[in-house]
Design a protein around this ligand. Structure first.
Ligand SMILES: [Zn+2]
Length: 400
């Protein structure tokens, strides 16, 4: 027998043995009908078995292309997807070659060298309280808890800001306030950071808007060590922030096997996620939320086409300018956020008998950076939700 033939026979035997074992496991586990008997193997080895492929959300644009409905848009989408991936990979590589976290950036290191932090962030799906496998809970309205999760490239740790629907909602103001809180936490840990690169999905309502731009510029004004903050956005339908997706999947695993009756219990459970490198979490209070939206109205953010922006840059000392581009293949362009003079916007110019409200740009000397005040409106639980939560109390342990 030639060695070639022997190898072929060995390969075939291995394949058949594996197929047989898989079949036995399959039949026993799934149908409970096959018991191992050495002399009674099934007559053939071809079974309808395959490895489970993980499910993935399918992107609308890619799906439309499969239906051959929108070719041009699809080409642009694919180009954007590839350019975004390349940009994300470049950021990852740059971070990899940076010095390790325990040598720079901590308060004890005494290092003054500039440090770049790449932060990915995303709002987790609403977490509801209470959560336990009690059938009474199933159809009841529950308390919604929001969790903005971030991953920091310097210490490879997860950071989070948690708040309940009774503290605030999940509007652009709330997301911007939560992100500012997380950036402050990261800066406390790594005081040598001079640049932030923020990656997020391209949701216009939450991340890609004037409220977030103003909040980041405002944050930079109060942290003079920061040179710039860059915002980069994933291609719609495709996530490039796998680091955060990974944290969310760990959280889901822990929550699926935990009984949680209160936001405090939820915080405790979140701290158990990734025990080797626990999440650094802050519970947001009422005065952590600011009305950035109101302040942003005083600047002319309308010059930025937010629904197309892929990359925005805010620089220290250049409060009234933003650099942006709508594709990672283009050059950044600079735009001026001329301050809108609110006084002249509400009175002045009359045409005919009606007075028109015309926004008028102030002269440069009159520019003052608008202040972001606290958000005063505190949301309330609906009466129905209150009743439902009260009705579940009898199933909850006293200390939870
Ligand atoms: Zn797609």
């Amino acid at each position: 027998m030639s060695s070639c033939y022997r190898e072929a026979v060995a390969r075939e035997l291995k394949r058949k043995t594996l197929a047989t074992i898989s079949a036995m496991i399959y039949l026993r586990r799934v149908h409970g009908m096959y018991h191992y008997r050495p002399n009674a193997l099934p007559p053939n080895y071809e079974f309808n078995l395959e490895f489970h492929k993980p499910k993935q959300d399918r992107c609308d644009t890619c799906e439309l292309y499969k239906m051959k409905k929108d070719d041009e848009r699809y080409q642009r989408h694919v180009q954007g997807k590839q350019a975004t991936k390349a940009e994300r990979d470049r950021d990852r590589e740059r971070v990899k070659s940076a010095p390790p976290a325990n040598n720079v950036g901590t308060e004890h290191s005494g290092s003054n060298s500039g440090l770049e932090a790449v932060i990915c962030f995303d709002l987790e799906n609403v977490l509801s309280c209470p959560r336990a496998n009690i059938s009474n809970f199933f159809y009841k309205r529950k308390l919604s808890v929001y969790h903005l999760t971030a991953h920091c490239s310097i210490d490879k740790r997860g950071y989070g800001a948690v708040w309940c629907e009774t503290t605030s909602g999940r509007s652009a103001n709330d997301l911007a306030s939560a992100l500012v809180t997380i950036l402050s936490m990261i800066l406390q840990q790594h005081s040598a950071i001079t640049k932030f690169v923020l990656w997020s999905d391209s949701c216009v309502a939450q991340n890609r808007n004037s409220v977030m731009s103003f909040a980041l510029q405002d944050f930079m004004r109060s942290h003079s060590q920061l040179e710039c903050i860059k915002q980069k956005f994933c291609e719609p339908g495709h996530s490039n922030i796998q680091e955060v997706d990974n944290i969310h999947s760990h959280i889901e695993k822990v929550l699926n096997v935990s009984d949680i009756y209160s936001p405090l219990g939820l915080m405790r459970a979140l701290l158990k996620v990734t025990p080797k490198r626990p999440l650094s979490i802050r519970q947001m209070k009422g005065d952590d939320f600011k009305d950035y939206q109101e302040a942003a109205r005083k600047l002319k953010y309308s010059v930025v086409p937010y629904s197309e922006v892929k990359h925005a840059v805010y620089k220290q000392g250049a409060d009234y300018t933003i650099l942006y581009r709508t594709s990672f293949d283009e050059q950044l362009q600079e735009v001026e956020l001329q301050a809108v003079d609110i006084c002249s916007a509400v009175s002045t110019r009359s045409s005919g008998r009606k007075k028109q409200k015309t926004p008028v740009a102030c002269p440069a000397a009159m520019k003052t950076w608008p202040a972001a005040h606290l958000l005063h409106s505190k949301p309330k639980l609906s009466a129905e939700k209150k009743t439902d939560i009260k009705s579940m109390l009898k199933f909850m342990p006293a200390a939870s």
